[in-house]
Design a protein around this ligand. Structure first.
Ligand code: GTP
Ligand code: MG
Length: 552
């Protein structure tokens, strides 16, 4: 699989128009790995290259996330249960009676019809494109003792299901195993491997997704163990694929391509050992040599992408500097994916940023001006959402985009307070923010989706008790005035106190102070206007000569 993944990493980069890699479908017996949806240029996107022949008696399972939560199974019961259920289930009704001979032909026709229908139902429209939903099976591992993720295994698997759904897959079932330490060969134990294999056959699974990052060897061994055309991938590859689907701008495409290549590089190992096997072991080292060639090609590509990104970064910086010359404070919206950041930006500014109930709707930052009722202004930036177990390659690749965050006057942390895992999502966001080194920037917490919470009143009372928390509903606009006031107050905290004597001929400067700062007092003197105000630090520097005049 890892070999085939390269088929996709050449895809998103605008720099790599031609397939650079020698392992495209014609030269390698297996199909190339194409993570779920591909070829942005094509109208119909398949979630895989080949559509496998459907197995008999497929259990049609809803891809609905809530119903998925109940399908997580822990033990080896899956194998028998699935077998029995598949044998018995017809049209969702469990029939325990043995089939009579006479009824068999009509049942076969009925089953065939259902299969055709279920096949048809798997063509879905996503973002205006038709995709074929592959059937996915999810696997998690709970570590006994040792490291404890703040998200539980089942919670993390539910989120993985949401990610799979966002990527256009149909989650048919899932399982997890408690382990002291992962198996170095297959990540999970051999019993679990055969249990999953049975489920794959019974449910017609096309993709198995692991909730943790797998090594190249583990991916290869698992694919071999599951056999057939079953694709194995991990959470990181899934997230990278979603990013790949969502990348709408040149910069986002470059960043995703870079992240995919960096993910792929360590996974190239031993991909070419089949050459040695084909040559009967006589051409020793052939595979090794090929890996080196591939790695070199990949490293060259990474270098080209990094250079290209550097120039995009420079351009972005110039644009930011231009923006800073108008000293309106910048407020960045940060938070867990799907928290409602884009909805908030749209409500406050009338922007038209895509907001939907899927993960990672936003990849590129969007900045818009917000005019408050008191006439003051600030720039509001919407950013890419975070997630637990965020691949480090992705954070690194998106550094240019995330620089927006590090240069803002205030961070607004948007939280979906109606989410059962809100607390854990806050922790995950704080973890990424600490990696970005932005702890010195003031923060405001916003509890969003209060309308969706089971007890909105209790949430509001709770928020009142705490400092730095504002309750809103970005969707229906509740609490937006309070939000703007809180931003205003917070911005004041991030400003510096100045007393400056502004000459009368610099009237425009005086109006800018009123616009971006908090003016406490103005006095008209013979030399000019004496202003006492809180202003943004950058602006205070601009006023240095006038501050000195005031002192003298
Ligand atoms: N009920 C309710 N739904 C909301 C609210 N705010 C946002 N939503 C919904 O939550 C979903 C996600 O909203 P987005 O604004 O796309 O979330 P986001 O934080 O920008 O997500 P990413 O771009 O993926 O990081 C959408 O379906 C919104 O309609 C709210 O206040 N109440
Ligand atoms: Mg968004």
């Amino acid at each position: 699989m890892s070999l085939c993944f390269c088929g996709s990493i050449v895809q998103p980069s605008p720099l790599i128009c031609e397939p650079y890699f020698p392992w495209t479908s014609s030269s390698y017996p297996n199909r190339p790995f194409v993570p779920f949806t591909l070829r942005k240029d094509s109208k119909c996107i398949s979630s895989g290259f080949s559509i496998p022949v459907l197995q008999q008696g497929i259990r049609v399972v809803s891809s609905d996330i809530d119903s998925f939560q109940n399908t997580v199974t822990e033990t080896t019961e899956v194998k028998e249960e699935v077998k029995n259920e598949v044998a018995r289930t017809v049209n969702g009704v469990t029939d325990t009676k043995p089939e009579s001979k006479a009824s068999r032909p009509s049942t076969t026709v009925k089953k065939k019809k259902e299969e055709d229908e279920s096949f048809e139902n798997r063509f879905k429209l996503r973002n205006g494109r038709e995709i074929f939903q592959e059937k996915a099976y999810l696997v998690g591992v709970e570590r006994k003792g040792g490291i404890h993720d703040s998200f539980g295994t089942q919670e993390s698997l539910s989120e993985l299901a949401h990610l799979a759904d966002t990527a256009g897959l149909m989650v048919v079932d899932s399982t997890y195993q408690k382990l002291t330490s992962p198996n170095p060969r297959t990540y999970i134990g051999s019993g679990k491997v055969s249990e999953i294999k049975s489920a794959i056959n019974a449910l017609g699974v096309e993709t198995v997704i692991f909730d943790d990052e797998l090594s190249a060897g583990q991916l290869r061994n698992l694919e071999k163990a599951f056999g057939g055309d079953v694709r194995v991938c991990d959470r990181t590859a899934l997230i990278l694929d979603i990013f790949n689907q969502r990348a709408a701008t040149h910069e986002a495409a470059l960043q995703v391509a870079l992240a995919q290549m960096e993910y792929q590089l360590p996974r190239l190992t031993k991909m070419w050992t089949h050459l040695e096997r084909q040559a009967g072991g006589q051409v020793k080292g052939m595979g090794e040599k090929q890996i080196e060639v591939d790695k070199r090609i990949l490293r060259t590509q990474i270098g080209v992408l990094k250079k290209e990104l550097e120039s995009v970064r420079k351009h972005r910086k110039q644009y930011r500097n231009r923006r800073f010359s108008v000293p309106v404070p910048v407020v960045s919206l940060v938070g867990y994916t799907n928290a409602g950041k884009s909805t908030l930006l749209n409500q406050l500014t009338g922007a038209n940023v895509l907001s939907e109930d899927r993960l990672f709707a936003t990849l590129d930052p969007t900045t818009r001006r917000v005019q408050m009722k008191n006439g003051k202004e600030f720039l509001l930036t919407d950013t890419v959402g975070f997630i637990q177990k965020l691949p480090t390659t992705l954070v690194a690749a998106f550094r240019a985009t995330l620089e927006e965050i590090s240069e803002s006057s205030l961070l607004v942390h948007v939280i979906d307070i109606s989410h059962p895992l809100a607390e854990k999502q806050i922790e995950a966001v704080d973890k990424v923010l600490s990696e970005l080194d932005v702890s010195s920037i003031p923060k405001l917490m916003v509890w969003n989706k209060v309308d969706k919470a089971s007890d909105p009143q209790r949430i509001k009372l709770e928020a009142e008790k705490r400092e730095d928390v504002v309750c809103i509903s970005a969707l229906n606009g509740d609490g937006l005035a309070e939000f703007c006031n809180a931003v205003n107050e917070k911005l004041k905290d991030s400003m510096v106190w100045v007393e400056a004597l502004v000459p009368f001929e610099k009237g425009d400067l005086l109006s800018t102070i009123h616009q971006v700062g908090m003016v406490e007092r103005t006095e008209y003197t013979e030399q000019g206007t004496l202003v006492k105000a809180h202003v943004p630090l950058r602006f205070a520097r601009l006023l240095t000569p006038m501050r000195q005049m005031c002192v003298s």
